[in-house]
Design a binder for this molecule. Structure first.
Ligand code: FAD
Ligand code: NAD
Length: 481
C-alpha cells in the first residue's frame, strides 16, 4: 500500500516550493520532498536560491556596497567617516540570519497552505511512483496523479581547477570566506564571477577574473557590455578575456596559495592567488533522479526534456526550473512552477519566455529584457533606438549615482518596444516597469506619453522612450525627428 497524492514535487527550490504552494492553493493534496537538511536532519527549503544563491549573494553585495559608500562616497556628500572597517564574520553572520529567516518562512508557507514537506531524497519510478530515501537510510514509496521534478542545478567543476573547499572553491564556498583574501582569482566572467568578484574586491581583495571567451558578457547588448567592462575595470576587477585555464597547483604549508596556469593570445601565463573561485556555469541535477523505465527523457547535457508547458513526454510528469532548458533564474523557475500547477487543474496558463528579465547585481546593476541590437541585426529586423544617460538625470546626480544609461529599442514600423537595456543605479527595479509595459505590447510612444514622477531615476526610462522618436526633452537627440 503506497500513500497517494494528487501531486508530488521533488525539490523545494524556487521552482519546487512555488509549484507545491500553488498546487495546494488549488485544492490538490500535495507533498514536496527535499533532501537539503540541517544538523537535526530536518528539511531546509528554498534550494540554491535561498541557501547559497540569490539571497546570500545579494546580502554580501549589499554589505560590501555599504562599505564602499562609507569609505569612498560619503565624503562627496560632506560626511566624514574615519576608522571604517569591515568585520567579515559579522557580515557572514548577517547573511546567515537572512537565509535562515527566509528558509523557515518557506516552512511556514508550507504549513499555512497544507503542503506536506518530506525530508529525504526523491526518485521517480515507473508509473508515477516516487521512492523517498530518508536521511536514516530507510525508504518509502509514494504515488501521485502528477509528479513535478524540480531538482535544480549544481556548479560545474572543471578538471584544471578541482574544488578543494579550502583554496579552490565554487560559488557556495565564495559566500563563506572568513577573511578577505589578498589575491583572489575567479575563473569565469559570468554572472557569479562578476557578482562575487565584486563583493571581495570592494572589501579590498585584488581580483583577477580569467574568462575563456574573447567577448565580455556576450548575452548583454553590446553598448552595455562595453560600458560594464569599463566601469567594472575602473572599480578594480582585472578582467582577462581569452584566458583559457590549463591547470592549477595548490601549495603546501599553512598559508596555502594556488598557482593557476592559463594561456592567452600572448602564450602560457601563470598567476598566484590566495583563493580561487570557479564560476564557469551550472549543470542540472538529474543524476539519481529517475529510476528504471520512467519514460522521462534527458538531453545530452542532463536536462529533463520538456515542452513549452514544462510537460515531459510522460503524461502527468512535469519538470521546471534549472532542471530544464532556458535561463537558470529563480523567477523563471517560479513562473514555471505556477504554470504547471495551474495546468494540472485545467487552466491554460503559459510562461512568456520572450520576456524573461535578466539582472547582474554589480554596481551599477545591469538589467535587460527582450532583444539586443545584435540579435535584431542578426534577424535583419529594422528598429529605432533611444538612449538616455544617468549623468544628466537629476535624481541620479543628487544621489551621486550617475554612471550608466537606459536604452530602449523599438520596432521601426510598429514602434512596439522590443528590448530595454539598463546599466545604472537600481536598474533591476527600473527595468521591471518595462517588462510590464512589454507584456502589454507597449510602444515607445506609449511609454513617452506616460507621466513619470519627478525627480526619479525612472525619468531616464521616459526620456529614452522619447528619444526613440527623436524628441527626448532633457537630452540631445541623436535621432532627428
Ligand atoms: P534549486 O534552487 O537548485 O533547488 C533544487 C532543490 O531540489 C534543492 O533544494 C535540492 O536540494 C533539491 N533536490 C535535488 N535533488 C533532489 C532529490 N532527488 N530529492 C529531493 N530534493 C532534491 N537567480 C536569480 O534569478 N537571481 C539571482 O540573483 C541569482 N543569484 C544567484 C547567485 C548564486 C551564487 C547562484 C549559485 C545562483 C543564483 N541564481 C540567481 C540562480 C538561482 O539560484 C537558480 O536559478 C534557482 O535556485 C533555481 O531554482 P530551482 O528550484 O530550479 O533549483
Ligand atoms: P555563467 O554562464 O553566467 O558564466 C560562466 C562564465 O564562465 C562564462 O562567461 C564562460 O565563458 C566562462 N567559462 C566557462 N568555462 C571556462 C573556463 N574553463 N575557463 C574560463 N572561463 C570559463 O555561469 P555562472 O556565473 O557560473 O552562473 C551560473 C548560473 O547561475 C547562470 O546561468 C545564471 O543564470 C545564474 N545566476 C544568476 C544570477 C543573477 O540572476 N543575478 C546570479 C548568479 C547566478
Amino acid at each position: 500500500m503506497t500513500d497517494k497524492y494528487d501531486v508530488i514535487v521533488i525539490g523545494a527550490g524556487p521552482a519546487g516550493y512555488v509549484a507545491a504552494i500553488r498546487c495546494a492553493q488549488l485544492g490538490l493534496k500535495t507533498a514536496c520532498i527535499e533532501k537539503w537538511h540541517d544538523d537535526k536532519k530536518n528539511a531546509v527549503y528554498g534550494g540554491t536560491c535561498l541557501n547559497v544563491g540569490c539571497i546570500p549573494s545579494k546580502a554580501l553585495l549589499d554589505s560590501s556596497h555599504k562599505y564602499v559608500e562609507a569609505q569612498k562616497d560619503f565624503k562627496t556628500h560632506g560626511i566624514s567617516a574615519t576608522g571604517i572597517s569591515m568585520d567579515v564574520p559579522a557580515m557572514i553572520a548577517r547573511k546567515a540570519k537572512i537565509v535562515s529567516q527566509l528558509t523557515s518562512g518557506v516552512k511556514q508557507l508550507f504549513m499555512a497552505n497544507k503542503v506536506e514537506g518530506i525530508a529525504g531524497s526523491g526518485k521517480l519510478l515507473a508509473g508515477k511512483k516516487v521512492q523517498v530515501t530518508k536521511h536514516d537510510g530507510s525508504t518509502v514509496e509514494l504515488s501521485a496523479e502528477n509528479v513535478i521534478l524540480c531538482a535544480g542545478s549544481a556548479p560545474i567543476n572543471i578538471p584544471p581547477a578541482p574544488i578543494d573547499n579550502d583554496v579552490i572553491v565554487d560559488s557556495t564556498g565564495a559566500l563563506e570566506f572568513s577573511s578577505v583574501p589578498k589575491r583572489l582569482g575567479v575563473i569565469g566572467a559570468g554572472v557569479i564571477g562578476l557578482e562575487l568578484g565584486s563583493v571581495w574586491s570592494r572589501l579590498g581583495a585584488e581580483v583577477t577574473v580569467l574568462e575563456a571567451m574573447d567577448a565580455f558578457l556576450p548575452a548583454v547588448d553590446g553598448q552595455l557590455s562595453k560600458e560594464a567592462l569599463k566601469i567594472l575595470s575602473k572599480q578594480g576587477l582585472d578582467i582577462k578575456l581569452g584566458a583559457k585555464v590549463t591547470g592549477s597547483k595548490v601549495g603546501k604549508g599553512k598559508a596555502k596559495t594556488v598557482t593557476v596556469s592559463y594561456t592567452n593570445k600572448d602564450g602560457d601565463q601563470e598567476a598566484v592567488f590566495d583563493k580561487l573561485i570557479v564560476a564557469v556555469g551550472r549543470r542540472p541535477v538529474s543524476e539519481n533522479l529517475l529510476g528504471e523505465n520512467t519514460g522521462v527523457e534527458l538531453d545530452k547535457r542532463g536536462f529533463v526534456v520538456v515542452d513549452d508547458s514544462c510537460a515531459t513526454s510522460v503524461p502527468g510528469v512535469y519538470a521546471c526550473g534549472d532542471l530544464v532548458r532556458g535561463p537558470m533564474l529563480a523567477h523563471k523557475g517560479m513562473e514555471e512552477g505556477v504554470m504547471v500547477a495551474e495546468r494540472i487543474v485545467g487552466k491554460k496558463t503559459q510562461v512568456n519566455y520572450d520576456l524573461v528579465p535578466f539582472v547582474i547585481y554589480t554596481h551599477p546593476e545591469i538589467a535587460w529584457v527582450g532583444k539586443t541590437e545584435e540579435q535584431l541585426k542578426a534577424e535583419g529586423r529594422e528598429y529605432n533606438v533611444g538612449t538616455f544617460p544617468f549623468s544628466i538625470n537629476g535624481r541620479a546626480m543628487a544621489a551621486n549615482e550617475s554612471e550608466g544609461l537606459v536604452k530602449i529599442i523599438a520596432d521601426a514600423k510598429t514602434d512596439r518596444v522590443l528590448g530595454c537595456h539598463i546599466i545604472g543605479p537600481s536598474a533591476a527595479d527600473m527595468m521591471q516597469q518595462m517588462v510590464i509595459a512589454m507584456e502589454f505590447s507597449a510602444s515607445a510612444e506609449d511609454i513617452g506619453l506616460t507621466m513619470f514622477s519627478h525627480p526619479t531615476l525612472s525619468e531616464a526610462v521616459h526620456e529614452a522612450a522619447l528619444a526613440v522618436a527623436g524628441h527626448a526633452i532633457h537630452g540631445v537627440n541623436k535621432r532627428k525627428r
